[in-house]
Design a protein around this ligand. Structure first.
Ligand SMILES: Cc1ncc(COP(=O)(O)O)c(C=O)c1O
Length: 365
């Protein structure tokens, strides 16, 4: 029987595999699989969300005017260059749809965020992964992979799932070497966690260049992953195109209300940053003390690398199974080309102690 046929190639796209969120048979599950922030939303964010329930029978402001004004004021930016999206995912999708198509190339770094190649394939572009150096973005390799077909270059800085970052001066070098026809997307989803002097979230590069945009999200440090809210800072020409491409009410009424409260809550932000600083170091030190390799992370997660040898008792796979048997969910990294690794988010102090104790037990087998 004849059936409707999707566009060629779409059926070959491997769908995104989200972190698991449930395990049966446990009173308490420790979920450290999706980097959602240790504390969930702040009290003020939650209050704003509950309050928004009084008014969501109306369409939201399709331009997110107040939220953009607030973000502009807080970050000393022009509100005209901010666009909000249903998570930064939506903005990544819109950028792919707007700037690349069949016959074009979309470039990213080998262990970059999984949605870059997925959205790249949905617009039927050729997706090119540049090799990394020591699981860190390598500017020379990226430049080597640029061709006259390259339309977009995605870099998560710092990167998920490696936790590594490249410095301001490396980004400047990349921009200097990159053709002006390539749109560079600096995805700063984890920027609020970074505590390094030579780091830039990318805003300064958007201000100085016509071919650079920056993305941020409320899903991580603000604990709002389920509400779907992100934003982009971009030159006028990009804002104009994305405004034509997006749905008229792409951000919900409640996400706007919660996002405004979260943006104002500096105290929660500082508390979350301090918590992460302490427990990121504690977790890294404790895992390294077990003889496992952990690259220096500046994010709210660590990548833990296990012995590669399949015959070894302590592989990433057996560790994952063991942790699950203790009610702890972390993330397998095979989909990122890192089958020897698990990614563990930084949760509460209590959750990290439970997880380290379980890993200790696992490694002592
Ligand atoms: C680097 C990076 N960019 C973007 C996203 C998407 O975030 P959002 O929830 O805003 O769509 C994630 C989520 O894991 C991420 O790790």
């Amino acid at each position: 029987m004849a059936t409707p046929t999707p566009l060629a190639g779409l059926q070959n796209i491997a769908p995104y595999v989200a972190g698991e969120s449930e395990l049966t048979g446990f009173d308490r599950v420790v979920k450290l699989a999706s980097n959602e922030g240790a504390f969930g939303p702040s009290k003020k964010t939650l209050e704003a969300l509950v309050f928004s329930a009084h008014d969501f029978s109306r369409y939201p402001d399709g331009d997110c005017t107040e939220l953009r004004e607030l973000l502009a004021h807080k970050n000393k930016l022009s509100k005209n260059n901010i666009i909000c999206g249903a998570g930064s995912d939506e903005l990544i999708n819109l950028l792919c749809r707007s700037y690349a198509g069949l016959g074009d190339e979309i470039l990213y770094s080998a262990h970059g965020f999984a949605m870059y190649p997925i959205y790249g394939r949905t617009v039927r572009a050729t997706v090119v992964a540049a090799p990394e150096n020591d699981i860190t973005v390598d500017v020379n390799q990226l430049i080597r992979c640029v061709t006259d077909k390259t339309k977009l270059l995605f870099i998560a800085n710092p990167n998920n799932p490696t936790g590594t970052y490249i410095s301001k001066s490396e980004i400047q070098r990349l921009i200097d070497l990159l053709p002006k026809t390539v749109l560079l997307v600096l995805d700063a989803a984890y920027s609020e966690f970074v505590d390094r002097k030579d780091y830039s979230d990318g805003i300064e590069f958007v201000l100085a260049n016509e071919n650079v945009v920056m993305l941020k999200t409320f899903s991580k440090i603000y604990g709002m992953a389920g509400l779907r809210l992100g934003w982009m800072y971009a030159p006028d020409s990009v804002v104009d195109i994305i405004n034509r491409m997006r749905s008229p009410f792409n951000v919900s009424y409640s996400a706007i209300a919660a996002g405004m409260a979260a943006t104002k809550d500096d105290e929660f932000l500082r508390m979350s940053q301090e918590h992460n600083k302490k427990w990121l170091q504690w977790t890294t030190d404790n895992i390294r003390a077990l003889g496992l390799e952990v690259p220096d992370s500046v994010c709210n997660f660590v990548l833990v690398r296990f012995p590669q040898n399949k015959k070894a008792a302590t592989t990433a796979e057996t560790a994952d199974i063991f942790l699950k048997s203790k009610g702890i969910i972390v993330r397998r990294m095979g989909g990122y080309g890192l089958p020897d690794a698990l990614r563990i988010s930084i949760g509460t102090g209590d959750e990290m102690k439970i997880t380290i104790n379980a890993l200790k037990e696992f490694m002592s087998h």
